[in-house]
Write a protein of this length. Sequence first.
Length: 142
Amino acid sequence: MWPRSAWHQDRYQAVASYLREHTRPEARIFVWGNSPEIYLYGQRRMATRYMSINYQTGRVWGTPANDLGGQAYRDRVPAQTWDNLMADLERNLPEFIVDAAAGKLDKMDDEPITRYPRIAAFVDQHYRLEATVLSVPLYRRL
């Protein structure tokens, strides 16, 4: 665990607890944001090959682009990362999509799902908001 994310532990645990209580152990989930701890604490499999959305948003680790309020490198995002992400989601249709970015976890405050039309349309088509746990929206598959 990163020291800077330690203050989010109560939120990771609360979201993970909800997911464990409302899914079967074999369920897949997708966490939109930079909060892979939710997969670990929730004991649920990732629905995509990406443990964070740094590859889709241009928020590159170890650079000013990953700082809260920093300028993301959007012009450097390879198009295939979006194609890969969407193909994984369509193939695996996770039981839940967690918008950790909308919950303002891990410096992703500016990156909620609603900012990205491709994933927002996918969520609108296949999911409904089921719960908000400590300000983190949880969308359940229809």
